[in-house]
Ligand binder design. Structure first.
Ligand code: ADP
Ligand code: UDP
Length: 263
């Protein structure tokens, strides 16, 4: 159900996923994304309605896409629409989930003998095949080559951009006492053949630890782990992230910051 229709006329529904809906607009250059008020885990098998979550994820994503654009990294984001809606460029999506890990957490702890929170330097980059029916399997080099999803050149371009996105966000969020532990990125090609970051940048697809809380505090996770681990307080945590992120507008660049953050 469309609850808060943006002022702009919507075209047909193009895609409905677990957390968002994509609509065509009157202008084929742009489509509208609606962020749903739902939290999902276990590949959509666990779901709960959380009023306010969609609007928060949309505001957080819009602010972080803008930060990346200002740092010279192309994204699909154009502008916010109504609450919980944004206008984006429709892309030909690459069916990969690109996961960057700055610290060990989540599935890595279940798969490797590694200490929770251990810093990973350089950040670990893992590729997964985006396919719900197959459970988004991890891709080895050989499996990636077998699937022939991207050319070797496009893969280098994609991984370089993914690392730049991660380092830009990691630096910016650290200034807000938000430790970017890991994040999942999706990319696609626009009509002119430009690679762009797509989807969303929110606590649904990253782990954020609160630097203002002690490491053993249950309040440290400000991300979807609150739902995965049944900790509660997800909307309050996302509100706190949104509150801090809006302060990015008022932070002066640090004298030793290299430009806007790309390294
Ligand atoms: P999922 O499909 O994983 O359940 P969502 O509910 O977030 O996830 O649905 C959003 C879908 O839209 C995803 O499949 C994502 O790959 C796709 N998508 C994100 N940004 C764009 C874009 N700019 N153009 C086309 N598709 C996009
Ligand atoms: N992630 C995501 N979508 C997925 C899988 C993972 O957004 O389908 C994010 C997740 O929120 C975390 C990062 O990618 O920030 C790494 O996830 P991990 O591999 O640890 O898996 P999880 O613990 O989520 O099962």
């Amino acid at each position: 159900m469309i609850t808060d229709t943006p002022a702009r006329a919507l075209g047909p529904l193009l895609h409905e996923g677990k957390a968002k809906r994509l609509y065509a607009t009157a202008d084929p250059q742009w489509c509208a994304v609606e962020f749903k008020d739902v939290a999902t885990a276990a590949n959509g098998r666990r779901q709960v309605q959380l009023p306010g979550k969609g609007g928060l994820n949309c505001r957080i994503s819009g602010r972080l896409f803008t930060l990346l654009e200002q740092a010279g990294l192309p994204t699909h984001f154009r502008e916010p629409l109504g609450d919980g809606w944004m206008l984006v460029r429709p892309l030909r999506m690459i069916p990969l989930e690109v996961v960057l890990r700055n610290r060990a957490a989540g599935s890595l702890l279940r798969q490797l003998p590694i200490v929770a929170g251990q810093p990973l330097e350089p950040p670990l980059l893992d590729l997964y095949f985006k396919d719900d029916a197959l459970g988004d399997p991890f891709l080895s080099e050989a499996r990636l080559a077998t699937l022939n999803i991207v050319t070797p050149e496009a893969r280098v371009q994609l991984e370089t951009m993914a690392r730049q996105v991660n380092s830009t966000l990691h630096q910016a969020l650290a200034r807000l006492d938000l430790d970017l532990v890991d994040l999942k990125l999706e990319f696609g090609w626009d009509a002119s053949g430009q690679l762009r970051l797509a989807d969303e940048l929110s606590p649904d697809n990253c782990r954020l630890w609160d630097g203002r809380q002690s490491p053993d505090s249950p309040g440290r996770s400000l991300d979807k782990d609150r739902f995965r681990q049944g900790l509660g307080g997800l909307v309050a945590a996302y509100k706190e992230v949104n509150h801090r992120i809006q302060a990015l507008d008022h932070l002066q660049p640090r004298s030793h910051d290299p430009g806007q953050g790309i390294q």
